[in-house]
Design a protein around this ligand. Structure first.
Ligand code: NDP
Ligand code: 2IT
Length: 449
């Protein structure tokens, strides 16, 4: 890379660190993207002149609010709510809400930044956003969750709208939470504005396939990466971390493709079933009982449960990190490669540490970064918005076909763009460059706003 451009990108990063102290995940996400943009600035000096990277790194708006609510025992609880509208160059702000005790402004900014590039890459007309709260839905009654969601929406409603900002789910926010959030929005605004939130139940305005989309999409992306190398998924062994929405539907699609999935996890530990996981049991534990993954052993005695263990120690051909950020470090990446892993497709956002990513790239295995490999979820949210706008409802097969085409397009765009820049097989650079170019072109057209 040209030394002046390199110095410029480093200076931008220094500023990001200075202006956003104490937000290491945000710094990590920013560096991972801008470190790959040198060749684009070289080709497009107008992006440097107009300070497009500097502007993209600064969220358009950040909202922080108090969320008071009363629990089942009548005790007053206080949580903190966030919504960061990162970039609206390509469409209304779009991105999920995360409810997890670890959520801070820095977490939401990292996710909103990633979302901006992912959404651009999806080819759909959506900007980037994220939101959430440090509320912990674990072990809470439905009543507690409802009252929390109602209080959260009582502030959030004034900032969102189908043309402004469209939330959805993420960690800790599934169909139950989306129902309570939409119900409160509808009540406060006196509008049945279906397109204000996605991930709704298909019974009242949600899209079929949205529930499955992120997991399925991650598998479609892996299928495309392997296809380039003339390898098929069938007969392979896979490990999927997590056991939430993304993990469950990644496992479902993998099993459909004849892949043996031998391990999955939650934040307490992982289960390993060498004969292949029984997904119905996992769905029962996680989707119905909201229980812990260790309960799998009650009915599956041959499986092992390792509390606090490292799931990446389990040998596999293909790895699907589908839990959370930085869950796969350098040592785990080395273990995977040493065990013969040929592909990694990220269902989670930023699950691999930068050192881990380097291991995969150096080893030359297929590595699909989250902002490409998990874009199927938000892309299907955009399909839900299309259906809501036209008051239509599409079949499962039709929507799944659209999702597959979107994942194939994302794969092709990343692959071809990496090649165009002399970085063949580097999906990290490909994804960042495609996403950046789309956002940058729109920002340039709008002038300095
Ligand atoms: P869920 O809440 O449904 O499931 C999350 C899973 O990850 C659970 O098994 C959870 O275990 C585990 N997990 C969460 N936090 C941690 C942690 N700090 N340490 C270890 N394990 C953890 O969320 P999703 O499946 O929706 O999300 C999973 C990932 O996919 C996230 O990174 C999310 O941002 C990303 N993603 C989600 C999309 C979606 O459509 N839902 C779209 C694109 C990306 P436990 O229950 O013990 O907490
Ligand atoms: O990280 C993500 O892409 C999501 N949580 C889904 C966002 C959405 O708006 O569907």
């Amino acid at each position: 890379m040209n030394a002046t451009i390199k110095a410029r990108i480093e200076a931008i990063f220094d500023q990001v660190i200075k202006r956003n102290p104490g937000e290491p995940e945000f710094h990590q996400a920013v560096w991972e993207v801008i470190d790959t943009l040198g060749p684009v600035l070289h080709k497009h000096p107008e992006y440097a002149e107009q300070k497009i990277i500097e502007r993209i790194c600064e969220p358009e708006r950040q909202i922080i609010f108090r969320v008071p609510w009363q629990d089942d025992r009548g005790e007053v609880q206080i949580n903190r709510g966030f919504r960061v509208g990162f970039n609206s160059a390509l469409g209304p702000y779009k991105g999920g809400l995360r409810f997890h005790p670890s959520v801070s402004l820095g977490t939401i900014k990292f996710l909103g930044f990633e979302q901006t590039f992912k959404n651009a890459l999806s080819g759909m007309p959506i900007g980037g956003a994220k939101g959430g709260s440090d509320f912990d839905p674990k072990n809470k009654s439905d009543g507690d969750v409802m009252r929390f969601c109602q209080s959260f929406m009582t502030e959030l409603y004034r900032h969102i709208g189908e043309f402004t900002d469209v939330p959805a789910g993420d960690i800790g926010v599934g169909a139950r939470e989306i129902g309570y959030l939409f119900g409160q929005y509808k009540r406060i605004t006196n509008r049945y504005e279906s397109g204000v939130i996605t991930g709704k139940s298909p019974a009242w305005g949600g899209a079929l396939v949205r529930r499955e989309a992120t997991g399925y999409g991650t598998v479609y992306f892996a299928r495309e990466m392997l296809n380039v190398r003339g390898v098929s998924l069938e007969g392979k062994t896979a490990v999927v971390s997590g056991s939430g929405n993304v993990a469950i539907y990644a496992i479902e699609k993998l099993q459909e493709y004849g892949v043996k999935v031998v391990a999955c996890s939650d934040s307490s530990g992982f289960i390993h079933d060498p004969d292949g996981l029984d997904l119905d049991t996992i769905k029962q534990i996680k989707e119905v009982e909201r229980g812990r993954i260790g309960a799998y052993r009650v009915t599956h005695k041959k499986a092992t449960y390792t509390a606090n263990g490292n799931i990446w120690d389990v040998p596999c051909d293909i790895a699907f990190p589908c839990a959370t950020q930085n869950e796969l470090n350098e040592a785990s990446a080395r273990t995977l490669v040493a065990n013969g892993c040929i592909a990694v497709s990220e269902g989670a956002n930023m699950p691999t540490t930068p050192e881990g990513v380097k291991v995969f790239l150096d080893a030359g295995i297929c590595y699909g970064p989250g902002k490409a490999a998990n874009a199927g979820g938000v892309a299907t949210s955009a399909l839900e918005m299309q259906q809501n706008a036209s008051r239509d409802a599409w079949s499962f097969e039709y929507t799944d076909k659209k999702l597959q085409n979107i994942m194939m397009d994302i794969h092709r765009d990343c692959y071809e763009t990496a090649k165009e820049y002399g970085l063949k097989n580097n999906y990290v650079a490909g994804a960042n460059i495609v996403g950046f170019r789309r956002v940058a072109a729109a920002m340039l057209a709008f002038g300095i706003i």
